[in-house]
Design a protein around this ligand. Structure first.
Ligand SMILES: [Zn+2]
Length: 122
């Protein structure tokens, strides 16, 4: 874990969803990188995002016993050029394109659950 990602985890521990935003061109980027891929400048700031994402895909892992668990790949609603991963916390399988909200745990880690309150609609 480098310094930039350590800062990101500190934000997560405070319940903040954030990505890097280039000071020069405004491009959002995640995971943390030293340079902007678009304009090659170094300056950046943390941009706090609305706690909302969209499921892009997911995998079910049977690697970590005893229960299989699902890892979702999510694009933050306010930074759709970035991808984040997290454990799925819905009562059912995720759906591609569905809106999800982050759950900040004290691990620290991010988990995702459906944005609709029930999480169990047909
Ligand atoms: Zn840039």
């Amino acid at each position: 874990m480098d310094r930039d990602s350590a800062e990101w985890w500190e934000l997560v521990a405070k319940g903040v969803l954030a990505v890097q935003r280039c000071d020069s061109c405004g491009l959002a980027r995640f995971p943390a990188r030293a340079f902007c891929a678009a304009c090659r400048t170094e300056g950046w700031s943390w941009a706090r995002l609305a706690p909302l994402g969209v499921v892009e895909s997911w995998i079910v892992s049977h690697w970590r016993a005893p229960e299989p668990f699902t890892v979702v790949r999510v694009r933050p609603a306010e930074a759709p050029g970035c991808v984040m991963y997290g454990t799925w916390r819905g009562e059912r399988e995720p759906r591609q394109g569905e809106r999800v909200v982050p759950l900040f745990t004290d691990q620290p880690s991010i988990e995702w659950r459906p944005a609709d309150a029930s999480g169990s609609d047909a």
